[in-house]
Write a protein that binds this ligand. Structure first.
Ligand code: GRF
Length: 199
């Protein structure tokens, strides 16, 4: 399966996906990395792995529709079959989500449906939960609302700050995202017409 990864930043999840596909045993092949922000570390990670990169700055487009249309053009050009949002900090339009239905995965730093939206780690600390983690899900129009592919839990420990917790969650993300990508690339998990995963 031809996979495109969309990023906005450091790209540690991208790195985990690249490392996973390097084994040669994966059904996923990362063919394109797109960033909406120029000069981020994730772009260098892609280049180091020999993967084509493209920068599509959202600021160059007058609205979300036009930005998303530019993404779709770039994704189609390389015949993308699966898209992984790996720290991509833009909300996508309903049209984009429909176009790529069942082919669009996101990672979120909480055990959904808890703590949707921004600052999921802060929300977890404020709620006083003792367990949080990450979720890989198919993207639906409702932000952080799509069908869950896989999750990975981590403890919240006494003395945790937002940054410490975020780092612990990231190590879980680096296991969960390659696993989810692999399951979807192999067709072991598909998004059903009812909006739920069938396995
Ligand atoms: C991750 O915590 C992800 O869950 C969130 O953004 C972060 C991206 O980190 N959506 P990185 O760029 O993969 O290091």
């Amino acid at each position: 399966r031809k996979v495109a990864v969309l990023i906005s930043g450091s790209g540690t999840n991208l790195q985990a996906l690249l490392d996973h596909t390097r084994s040669g045993l994966s059904a996923a092949k990362i063919v394109l990395v797109i960033s909406n922000v120029p000069d981020v570390k994730g772009l260098q990670r892609a280049k180091d792995a020999g993967v084509t990169t493209e920068v599509i700055p959202h600021k160059n487009y007058k609205n979300r529709q036009e930005f998303d249309a530019a993404l779709t053009v770039a994704l189609r050009k390389v015949e993308t079959e699966l898209i992984c949002l790996a720290g991509f900090m833009r909300i996508l339009t309903g049209d984009f989500v429909k176009t790529w239905r069942g082919k669009l995965l996101n990672i979120h730093p909480s055990l959904l449906p808890s703590f949707k939206g921004m600052h999921a780690q802060r929300q977890a600390l404020q709620a006083g939960v003792t367990l949080t983690g990450c979720t890989v899900h198919f993207v639906a129009e409702e932000v952080d609302g799509g069908a869950i592919v896989t999750q990975e839990a981590v403890p919240v420990l006494p003395g945790d700050t937002e940054d410490i917790l975020a780092e612990r969650i990231k190590t879980a993300e680096h296991k969960a995202f390659p696993r989810a990508m692999e399951m979807v690339a192999r067709g072991q998990v598909v998004l059903g017409d009812d909006g739920c995963c069938s396995r």
